[in-house]
Design a binder for this molecule. Structure first.
Ligand SMILES: Nc1ncnc2c1ncn2[C@@H]1O[C@H](COP(=O)(O)OP(=O)(O)O)[C@@H](O)[C@H]1O
Ligand SMILES: [Mg+2]
Length: 225
């Protein structure tokens, strides 16, 4: 058993999400982020503990699984179930969401991020071929190393393991909705991601057929309200 170094108490609030606070800190003399799931006032404390334990364990498991199969994710440095804190490698990269927004604002073509978009499709194909379902695939959960164009995936709290093409199609549909609703002028980007996904995934046909069904269901739901 490796003895645990106590993480630095200096924690600077970095981001505040709906379910978690993200702090910048350090552990083992390395910069890290600490993801702390906090108590929601409308939730019973016991239910909260169960839910946040489940999400934290799932997040850590999927991050490790992704790392093993070669999907770019932050390293897991430490998990602390008592305090609901996950210590992860700090990735000093901007969000894909912000990159797309800045292209949109400058009315620039998506050509600037062609390699990144291809990489996003390839990474999702790798995840899905290994039955990892992200569960919240949005452009806020993808970071991009501007120099190399490499994409990194974060936020696996809602992830699962499944071989069902339905689950993979829903993952893709969530990303499609995220891109078309946040960046309506850049919806071509999703088509490009899908082209790359189809090129790299070994089980594409079934998933893409399911995606058509999922889209139709989604449209009906929007029409009915
Ligand atoms: N490992 C990381 N390195 C750098 N920034 C991160 C990292 N993990 C999370 N973030 C930042 O914190 C934000 C929220 O983290 P996330 O894991 O997506 O939590 P939430 O469940 O609140 O969405 C991300 O959008 C990103 O900006
Ligand atoms: Mg997130």
């Amino acid at each position: 058993m490796i003895s645990m170094e106590c993480p630095s108490m200096n924690q600077e609030l970095f981001k505040q999400g709906a379910e978690a606070r993200i702090y910048k800190s350090s552990i083992f003399n390395k910069p890290c982020i600490v993801k702390e799931r906090f108590l929601k006032c409308y939730r019973h404390p016991t239910l909260h503990k169960k839910l946040s334990d489940k999400r934290m364990i799932q997040e850590a498991r999927s991050l490790v699984r992704c790392h093993t199969i070669g999907v770019r994710t932050p390293l897991v440095y430490h998990t602390d179930l008592d305090t609901h804190k996950l210590y992860l490698e700090l990735l000093p990269h901007p969000l894909l969401n912000d990159l797309i927004s800045s292209l949109e604002a400058r009315e620039q073509q998506s050509a600037d991020i062609t390699d990144t978009i291809r990489d996003v499709g390839r990474q999702i194909a790798l995840m899905h071929d290994n039955d990892v379902i992200h569960g919240d695939l949005t452009t806020l959960n993808i970071l991009v190393d501007i120099k190399s164009g490499d994409s990194y995936f974060i936020d696996f709290g809602l992830s699962s393991v499944s071989s069902l093409s339905e689950d993979k199609a829903v993952d893709l549909y969530v990303l499609e909705r995220a891109i078309t609703s946040s960046h309506p002028k850049m919806s071509q980007l999703f088509t490009d991601i899908l082209t790359s996904y189809a090129q790299y995934s070994s089980k594409t046909a079934k998933t893409l057929n399911k995606l058509k069904e999922v889209r139709q269901r989604g449209r009906k739901r929007i029409m009915i309200g």
